[in-house]
Write a protein that binds this ligand. Structure first.
Ligand code: COA
Length: 246
């Protein structure tokens, strides 16, 4: 396995995109800040976009980092994923004091064999080579099964009774690698669209205004016929990695 950046190997851009396309539900790919600004991010910060390649140079997993600003307090954390993305783009060329993990994806054929853990470990090492301050708005992988539970409650669920590790397996991986959970970010990523767009993205019908549970969403979608609008606020979990060089 070799860790490369998009700046070193621009030809991996297409493979990175394919892995991202396969990973995320339609509503995350077609609306919101992620859709409008993601490609700009890759162009502006290619040196922070990582790929794990096998011996034949095939991309097996990808990790996205970007520079961020954080004052070290819970209240001073960005609002969430969208906020970090927009700050990184709006402040381009200026100084930052932190690195933020924006996402980690393992290609579908290579999952559940430990690659996610290896990727995260390498992202952490890479980040600490650039900044002593590392934060992440983590997308908990089992949350779509519990869309009715507020994120602040979900992050307090533990693995087994009395255990200190989180219930969510992906949060658990972060904590095992040394991260501390700070708080939930209930409005981390916001996706809006017309009712027709939401019906198309979700493959569901929404006969009247109200809250709906949509596959792969971490929280209910709110449908409003008066304004022909559907809104989804994806919750994430803020974690902080204390500086270490291991
Ligand atoms: C999350 C992801 C990166 C994990 O990669 P992976 O190679 O499958 O992870 P690993 O094999 O290293 O497993 C790490 C742990 O997470 C668990 N896990 C990973 N994905 C899981 C899922 N979807 N459901 C349940 N458990 C999962 C594994 O069982 C393992 O738990 P354990 O240590 O208690 O045994 C991968 O599933 C993925 O790319 N998902 C889509 C994108 C995503 O959700 N990324 C994370 C948020 S940015």
């Amino acid at each position: 396995m070799e860790l490369v950046t998009l700046a070193q190997r621009p030809e991996i851009a297409e493979a990175m995109q394919q892995i991202n396309i396969a990973a995320w539900p339609a509503f995350m790919k077609q609306a919101g800040a992620s859709d409008r600004h993601w490609s700009t991010l890759l162009q502006v910060y290619p040196e922070y976009q990582l790929a794990l390649c096998d011996n034949d140079h095939h991309v097996m997993a990808i990790g996205h980092l970007i520079p961020a600003i954080w004052d070290g307090t819970s209240d001073g954390l960005p609002n969430g994923w969208d906020d970090v993305l927009m700050t990184a783009l709006n402040r381009r060329g200026r100084s930052f004091n932190a690195i933020c993990m924006m996402g980690a994806v393992v290609s579908p054929n290579s999952r559940t064999s430990g690659l996610g853990l290896s990727l995260l470990r390498m992202m952490k090492t890479f980040a600490f080579e650039h900044s002593p301050v590392l934060i992440a708005p983590v997308r908990p992988v089992l949350k779509p099964r519990y869309p009715l539970t507020p994120i602040e409650r979900y992050i307090r669920w533990t693995y087994r009774n009395g255990a200190s590790l989180p219930f969510d397996p992906w949060l658990r991986v972060h904590v095992r690698l040394g991260a501390t959970i700070i708080k939930g970010a209930p409005h981390s990523m916001v996706v809006t669209g017309s009712v027709a767009q939401w019906e198309s993205w979700s493959g569901m019908r929404f006969p009247e205004s109200g809250l709906y549970i949509v596959p792969d969403a971490l929280h209910a979608i709110s449908i409003d016929y008066l304004n022909d609008a559907g809104k989804y606020e994806e919750p994430h979990v803020w974690v902080h990695y204390p500086f270490s060089q291991d």
